[in-house]
Design a protein around this ligand. Structure first.
Ligand code: GLN
Length: 539
């Protein structure tokens, strides 16, 4: 069977949840034994989102092969329980870079290099790449941005061309739109969707399916009206009503028969019925918690939920695994002071210090670590959070008052966190951190060993700095164990304090690999420890 391509576009407004819709359709098709992957085409000029501030575009998600990508790839992995890769996220910056490099090499000698055909050819090549690998039956391509944007036009044009180049039964376009409710008129309005589809049609693309984001149910009358004006069949007007959890959306799309409509167009009539038992079991655990805990997420991008997307999702998975509802309270590290740290953290059953870059909020993070360490509150530090746990320990236990990371204090006398050797000569910022999956050897008898239940693990990374090995002996002697190391380089990957009920810091980002069907072990153990701490405080 040739690979089938689904394109997902968005109209009317941004933030409609194309990523969740794409993931939900993918989940349904995967549950029918099809091999599915999802890719995202982003219309900005950054080569990847690694150089973007999280305020701009939310979390930067890191793949196994070390690509810094859009946070939607996190949703793809969580829903499908498979890994994505560098090839799954393409930006306008990547496309132009390839074309311009080729032009310099003389690949187009004698020709004027143009958006059509050169840029669109490169877009099409990348759109078909995963399909050509033979690994997948269905490739869902999410086109970032909103139809009508100048910057996404070349993507829409490439998709238009592919609609004609691919056999009709191999290609399908979904348009996700908003059907707003006007409370004064007590009515759902179809006009924005009609306009949005017209914009697509002007660009030569006729969607096969409309998915309508709405706060109220769509009547059959409204579906028929949308179908009539937008050239789709009434059963291809799909309702996507607001859900209390994104993980319900696959079941809602199943109720709307989205998978059946897609399979019909593809002529795939003999796939088995969806098997969603594992997914439903997760949703059941999620819906019926037996306990509640509150954990602090100490970071500097807390105003924006999306900045720590994978961490928040990992708590949902770990909560369900423990049959416990985890309330995550964002705490702004910039405003944590000596005077208020106790008051702000008093009600917490666990404290997580988030990853991050730069100086802002660092002292607040160090104060939060000290509080957790001294009060015996379950502690989990990720990347920068782990680094600040080491700084705090060096300052307040080893007595090295000026201990700091050279990321913010280049000339500190006690650089307990320092630039990795191979980073010292790196000047280019984009894509040059220690990125992607690396192995970690865990010491037997450690907390990390109990958590993972095995000596060799692999987790994803995104950092330039590391624990300075010159300080390891002193840290160990004073009670901070370095329980995990990279077997090739000896870089410290995990620190813990055996005296403490639950204190772990990891240089890697365990949140990236957590999924509903495979909750990440440290998150599961941290939630369990927080639950125990909560119970012990009730006594
Ligand atoms: N800024 C730190 C480093 O580069 C930590 C990075 C992170 O938390 N992802 O090492």
């Amino acid at each position: 069977m040739s690979a089938k391509y689904v394109f997902v576009t968005g109209g009317v407004v941004s933030s409609l949840g194309k990523g969740i819709i794409s993931s939900s359709l993918a989940k349904l098709l995967q549950s029918r034994n099809l091999r599915v992957t999802i890719q995202k085409f982003d219309p900005y000029l950054n080569v990847d989102p690694g150089t973007l501030n999280p305020y701009e575009h939310g979390e930067c998600f890191v793949t196994e092969d070390g690509a810094e990508t859009d946070l939607d790839l996190g949703h793809y992995e969580r829903f499908l329980n498979i890994y994505t890769s560098r090839a799954n996220n393409v930006t306008t910056g990547k496309i132009y870079r390839t074309v311009i490099d080729k032009e310099r090499q003389g690949a187009y000698l004698g020709k004027t290099v143009q958006i059509i055909p050169h840029i669109t050819d490169e877009i099409k090549r990348r759109m078909l790449l995963l399909g050509k690998s033979g690994q997948y039956d269905v490739i869902i391509t999410e086109i970032g941005g909103t139809v009508g944007d100048i910057e996404s036009l070349p993507f829409i044009e490439a998709m238009r061309q592919l609609q004609w180049e691919l056999p009709d039964e191999d290609c399908l376009v979904i348009h996700l739109t908003l059907v707003p409710y006007l409370s004064a008129a007590k009515e759902l309005k179809s006009k924005p969707t009609q306009h949005s589809v017209k914009l697509l049609q002007q660009d030569g693309v006729q969607p096969d399916i409309l998915i309508c984001r709405t706060e109220h149910k769509l009547s059959m009358e409204l579906r028929k009206k949308l179908a009539l004006f937008c050239n789709v069949r009434p059963n291809a007007v799909i309702e996507s009503i607001d859900a209390d959890t994104i993980y319900k959306v696959p079941l809602m799309m199943r109720d709307e028969k989205l998978d059946e409509i897609v399979l019909e167009k593809f002529g795939l009539n003999d796939t088995p019925e969806p098997d969603l038992e594992g997914w439903k079991a997760f949703l059941d655990r999620l819906a019926h918690p037996e306990a509640n805990i509150t954990v602090a997420l100490v970071g500097k991008y807390v105003e924006l939920q999306d900045a720590y997307k994978s961490i928040l999702e990992a708590f949902i998975h770990a909560g369900a695994a423990n049959r416990c509802k985890v309330k995550v309270v964002p705490i702004h590290s910039e405003y944590l002071t000596e005077d208020n740290v106790e008051e702000k953290l008093a009600g917490m059953d666990g404290i997580l210090i988030a990853p991050g870059f730069g100086e802002r909020g660092l002292e607040g993070k160090i104060k939060a670590v000290r509080y957790a360490r001294e009060k015996g509150v379950p502690f989990f530090g990720i990347c920068l959070g782990m680094q600040m746990a080491v700084v705090e320990f060096a300052r307040n236990v080893l007595g090295l008052k000026d201990a700091m990371s050279t990321e913010v204090e280049a000339n500190t006398a006690n650089p307990v966190i320092d630039l990795m050797a191979d980073q010292k000569t790196t000047t280019v910022k984009g894509g040059t951190m220690r990125l992607g999956a690396y192995k970690c050897q865990i010491e037997e008898g450690s907390l990390a060993y109990r958590i993972y239940g095995k000596p060799l693990i692999s987790e994803r990374h995104r950092h330039r700095y590391e624990l300075n090995n010159d300080y390891v002996a002193r840290l160990n002697e004073a009670g901070m164990r370095t329980s995990g190391r990279n077997p090739e380089t000896g870089l410290v990957e995990i620190v813990e304090i055996p005296e403490h009920p639950f204190f772990i810091g990891v240089q890697f980002h365990p949140e990236y690999k957590s999924t509903p069907e495979n909750p990440q072990p440290i998150f599961v153990a941290f939630v369990k420890a927080a639950l125990e701490y909560n119970k012990s405080r009730q006594k």
